[in-house]
Design a protein around this ligand. Structure first.
Ligand SMILES: [Zn+2]
Length: 214
């Protein structure tokens, strides 16, 4: 097989399981293409994913806002009550002089998760409207870079570990934001697993190729 230039690579797809190279062909809406070598799914094309992605992004953002506006947990020690919120956790780190840790935490548990859901929202909205070919492409590249850096799931697990350790010493009341964060993390995991980024690329490619033809 001889490739004329780098752009010709866009017409080929490699199997993630057995690394066999395949030529990409247009498939019907709602179907998927399988590898001839191992039978694994190479790519999918399903325009319904746009509506699912849009709904999940909006729901995720609502729960993210709830997780940030309300207390995560209320801890009572010897009659003294303390509320813990996500923003308070970050500000406490800054006030204690842990600027670098505070900055990293701010990015990992607030800025990146928020950006990921906002980007997803914009991408799915633009794909639905069939507008913004270039900006959608740039947003998808940005999404691929920042997705591995969202760590709200690790933050949630660390809260649980801290609460287990505190059970014997203090009275703990779980706040609304804790449940909102739990739902947000579940939506985040579901969105990433359910609608993989290469699937969004496929939607982008097909939708705008079809629009260019029209
Ligand atoms: Zn394969």
């Amino acid at each position: 097989m001889k490739l004329e230039n780098e752009d010709a690579l866009d017409n080929y797809i490699i199997c993630h399981q057995c690394l066999t190279l395949h030529e990409e062909i247009a498939i019907a809406d709602g179907s998927h293409a399988c590898c001839t070598g191992c039978g694994g799914v190479l790519y999918r094309y399903n325009t319904q994913r746009i509506d699912h992605g849009l709904a999940l992004s909006i729901t995720g953002l609502i729960f993210f806002a709830l997780a940030n506006f309300f207390p995560l947990v209320q801890i009572e020690v010897l009659g003294t009550e303390q509320f813990i919120t996500i923003s308070k956790t970050i500000f406490t780190l800054f006030e204690s002089g842990f600027y670098l840790v505070g900055l990293i935490c701010a990015f990992l548990i607030f800025i990146f998760p928020l950006m990921i859901f906002l980007i997803n929202l914009c991408v799915f909205a633009l794909l639905k409207a069939q507008k913004g070919k270039k900006i959608t492409k740039e947003l998808l590249v940005l999404l691929a870079y920042i997705t591995p850096w969202s760590m709200t799931d690790i933050f949630l697990v660390s809260i649980l570990v801290a609460l287990v350790k505190l059970i014997g010493y203090a009275q703990i009341h779980i706040g609304v934001a804790f449940w909102a964060l739990l739902v947000f993390v579940l939506i985040d995991v579901y969105l990433v697993k359910r609608i993989q980024i290469f699937e969004i690329w496929m939607l982008h490619k097909r939708i705008f190729a079809h629009k260019d033809e029209v």
